[in-house]
Design a protein around this ligand. Structure first.
Ligand code: PMP
Ligand code: GLU
Length: 401
């Protein structure tokens, strides 16, 4: 039989830990196990009706052909209105590109810019896909450390990581998995460093923008430091805010040359994004915020309730996040303890795996995000399930000896 051997790039690549854990939970469920998955960051709400109706209308109107590679004009214009309204950014629709999710926007940008050996600074804890995409292209992910409980990249740490080979700094706020949001002062301090290094480009992944709680306020980097605009790619999408993960629409706005190069990549890789979904996304961006605000209220309530349960567990440290929809507690104090069956919990991966086996709760180990000794749970799941899962985590953690 022919033996398959993957490419060098793929053999070095890790599968997405978030999606892999979600699949593991699904598989166990289909075998009849009682499993609650807190693995994937995906709203449990349905897409608001007016958005679904816009897609329906588009399909009936025959918007069922190939889309222009960079996206239909109606959506690109809706994106520019959104950036003006929410972020005070004035962008030409020609400088916007629409892709199959923010994930593809990010991939396009890296493919369009990275040569082997180029460096990309990624603050840890980071979303699992950034370093893997960089590595796949022969680039080097340079991990900048941030510290619990705030997980904010300091200007000193940024300065330390910049070299002549640095191509990008990736800034994701509200952050996955930490929920960290940068204040205007913190953004300006990073801007001072970046002003001294004009060869470093900025990729700001703002996909969790609307998910900010309490008094936390989101601001994108170029809003705080406008002079970085000519080397910043602002990335966003409809997946998280509008409960539209399955529609696969993300977008970016940035300098013309970069956006054009990303379009060239996309023209060969996948063509324009799903046409019907683009009309749905335009309706989302231009539509009312009422339902979105209700989603955010629900997330905040869940954050508070699930957070309180985990904070009450001896050996778990947790600061409630300012944004996104994840809790990212430390389980360091539990490492070295044993389960009732005598299994040693020697890592966050062992913690997550035993938690799944013993209590049927799927969480993602912190190592996948470059933060060993932590684990990530999402609170974008129905409140009763979330609270049941939180109680199970508590029972499991307190059973360790
Ligand atoms: N960026 C971050 C930080 C994310 O958590 C996700 C989640 N999937 C994405 C980008 C990609 O989102 P999507 O492809 O669904 O637009
Ligand atoms: N971004 C989400 C998460 O971190 C969805 C899965 C993924 O694309 O990684 O869970």
């Amino acid at each position: 039989m022919a033996r398959f051997s993957p490419s060098y790039a793929v053999s070095r690549m890790k599968p997405s830990a978030t999606l892999e854990t979600a699949q593991l939970a699904r598989d166990l469920k289909s075998q009849g196990r009682d499993v609650i998955s807190l693995a994937t960051g995906e709203p449990d709400f349905n897409t608001p009706l007016h958005i679904v109706e816009a897609a329906h209308r588009a399909a009936l109107d025959g918007k069922t052909r190939y889309s222009p590679v960079g996206g239909v004009a109606e959506l690109r214009e809706a994106v520019t209105r959104k950036l003006e309204r929410d972020n005070s950014l004035t962008i030409d629709p020609g400088n916007v590109i629409v892709s199959n999710g923010a994930k593809q926007v990010i991939s396009n940008a890296f493919i369009a810019t990275l040569n082997p050996g180029d460096e990309v600074i990624i603050p840890a804890p980071y979303w699992v896909s950034y370093p893997e995409l960089v590595g796949m292209l022969g680039g080097t992910a340079v991990i900048a450390q941030t510290r619990a409980p705030d997980f904010i990249l300091t200007p000193q740490e940024l300065e330390r990581r910049i070299t002549p080979r640095t191509r990008w700094l990736v800034l994701n706020a509200p952050g996955n998995p930490t929920g960290a949001i940068y204040s205007e002062v913190e953004l300006k301090a990073l801007g001072d460093v970046l002003a001294r290094h004009p060869h470093v480009w900025l990729m700001t992944d703002d996909i969790y923008e609307y998910l900010a709680y309490g008094s936390a306020r989101f601001m994108t980097l170029t809003q705080a430091v406008p002079m970085l605009g000519d080397r910043t790619l602002v990335i966003n999408g409809v997946s998280k805010a509008y409960a539209m993960t399955g529609w696969r629409i993300g977008y970016a706005a940035g300098p013309a040359g970069l956006v054009k190069a990303m379009g060239k990549v996309q023209s060969q890789l996948s063509s324009g994004a799903n046409m019907v979904a683009q009309y749905a996304a335009a309706a989302a961006l231009d539509g009312p915020r009422t339902e979105i605000d209700a989603f955010v209220c629900t997330y905040e309530d869940r954050r508070n309730k699930a957070g309180a349960v985990l904070q009450s567990v001896h050996g778990i440290q947790l600061k409630l996040p300012d944004g996104a929809f994840y809790l990212f507690p430390s389980c360091k104090q539990l490492l070295g303890k044993k389960t009732l069956e005598g299994k040693v919990i020697d890592s966050d991966a062992a913690f997550a795996s035993e938690l799944l086996q013993r209590e049927g709760v799927a969480v993602v180990p912190g190592s996948a995000f470059g933060a060993p000794g932590h684990f990530r749970t999402t609170f974008a799941v129905a409140t009763d399930l979330l609270l049941e899962a939180s109680q199970r985590i508590k029972r499991f953690a307190e059973s360790l000896q």
